[in-house]
Design a protein around this ligand. Structure first.
Ligand code: SAH
Ligand code: TYD
Ligand code: ZN
Length: 409
């Protein structure tokens, strides 16, 4: 165990600021009859690079353990997210993809939630997706999918076969890739001279501001900021030319990179950078304070759940998110405190949550007999879920939230 590692972006020294301890793989839901002694664990800890300020995990989980045929996350599970991606697709069609015979590549297209609209519009496209099950779902929608990890060699093969890309896009995927240097070299080789690399991921500033510590788990290796993305881009002849804050997944930023010098950066880049500096986001003290807030939430949440159990209340959870693995395993929340977790994803139902072994059931179990409290693990989809489950609140039920602090509503 070491509280220092080498930065995956610049090779500088990464100093650890928080240790979540032993954690299971966040999306490894256990099938019935699984040998509970065989679960894979690793040490989840976060650090700050003292050179380029990139926040990153201290230890890497081998990619094949996370992204494979059975990867259970389906991007199309949220109506709100479907709308979000359709809006972006529409915008790209009238801007970056409006030229003659444009070509777009999506890295981590999952079940096709974004690229589907571009495929339907007749745009030349390719989705790159290593998780076989979700890649098959995309292919069944008529999307051209390559089942592989995107890295430098993949990018060069695509360029040789299909020519340069006008847009390379990645949502909630770039932050999943520790070998990011290879990806950026690949993007630089694949992009047309006037092309753009657009990617969106959870924003470190929002995570620190709201103490949304459950954004930290095996799959989320990097936590980007304007400053760290600028440093990362510069190492590959790329430049950050635009940023846009997004109100999804608890707060994200959409970054646009272009070949260095090809486009004039928008004022939004310098504005957000100034905000980050004012918040001292690149400083260890700020991140250590974040760590103290995490421990406060952990203590408040476990105290609340223990009190409710002592009072004989029925408590269940809603949304078997990857994020919730960090919450349940950090707080020690198992089936003794939470009866079940309901979730719409067929591939998660009938299984147990990783590490803490809470049964995952379909949402019908939730409405069959409403509990007193529902712990909202999918808090990033609160508006959509609370609207859909209005009858729960009408029955007198209360939601338990823990970001930015523990409370019931
Ligand atoms: N873009 C979707 C999916 C995000 S989940 C959305 O925003 O909802 C992250 C996806 O990235 C998974 O489907 C995973 O299989 C894929 N992935 C992980 N590493 C990858 C890599 N190196 N290249 C391409 N896709 C990758
Ligand atoms: P999400 O928060 O998008 O991501 P992650 O797993 O990366 O933390 O996951 C949302 C989960 O909640 C997903 O398993 C689907 C489930 N869900 C429902 O059960 N009902 C709903 O109405 C919505 C929107 C999601
Ligand atoms: Zn660095």
């Amino acid at each position: 165990m070491s509280n220092q590692s080498l930065c995956r972006v610049c090779g500088g020294t990464v100093r650890e600021f928080f240790d979540f301890g032993r954690q299971p793989l966040s999306d490894a839901f256990l099938p019935p009859g699984a040998d509970l002694g065989e679960e894979f664990f690793y040490r989840l800890a976060t650090g700050l690079c003292e050179s380029c300020t990139m926040v990153q995990l201290m230890e890497e989980v081998p990619r094949e353990r996370m992204f494979h045929q059975e990867y259970p996350y389906h991007s199309s599970g949220s109506a709100h997210m479907r709308g979000h991606f359709e809006e972006l697709a529409k915008r790209l069609l009238t801007t970056e993809l409006a030229g003659d015979d444009p070509f777009v590549v999506e890295v981590g297209c999952n079940d096709g939630v974004m690229i589907k609209a571009l495929a339907e519009a007749g745009v030349r496209h390719l989705g790159v997706e290593p998780s076989g099950g979700v890649a098959d779902l995309a292919a069944a929608k008529g999307i051209r999918v390559r089942k592989s990890f995107f890295e430098e060699s993949t990018a060069k093969e695509i360029r040789a076969a299909d020519g340069p890309a006008d847009v390379v896009y990645a949502a909630n995927t770039l932050c999943h890739i520790p070998y990011i240097g290879s990806v950026l070299s690949g993007v630089a080789a694949l992009l047309a001279p006037t092309g753009v690399f657009v990617f969106e991921d959870p924003y470190l500033s929002d995570i620190v501001e709201q103490t949304s510590f459950d954004q930290i788990y095996d799959e989320h290796f990097f936590f980007f900021t304007v400053r760290s993305v600028q440093a990362m881009a510069a190492g590959h002849g790329l430049e950050l030319v635009d940023v846009e804050r997004l109100p999804v997944h608890g707060g994200e930023v959409r970054y646009t990179l272009a070949h260095a010098g090809a486009r004039r950066p928008s004022p939004a880049v310098a504005e957000l950078l100034a905000e980050e500096d004012a918040r001292r986001l690149g400083e260890l003290d700020t991140l250590r304070r974040f760590g103290e807030n995490v421990l406060r939430i952990r203590d408040d949440l476990t105290a609340l759940l223990r009190r409710l159990r002592a009072e004989g209340k029925r408590v269940v959870a809603y949304g078997a998110t990857a994020k919730s693995a960090t919450v349940t395993n950090l707080c020690g929340i198992g089936p003794d405190l939470v009866e079940f977790v309901c979730d719409t994803t067929p591939a998660k139902q009938g299984r147990l949550t990783p590490g803490t072994h809470i049964p995952v059931v379909p949402p019908e179990e939730f409405s069959r007999s409403y509990p007193d409290y529902a712990l909202l693990f999918a808090w990033n989809h609160a508006a959509e879920i609370m609207a859909k489950e209005q009858a729960f609140t009408d029955s007198g039920g209360q939601w338990i939230l823990y970001v930015p602090s523990v409370r019931t509503v």
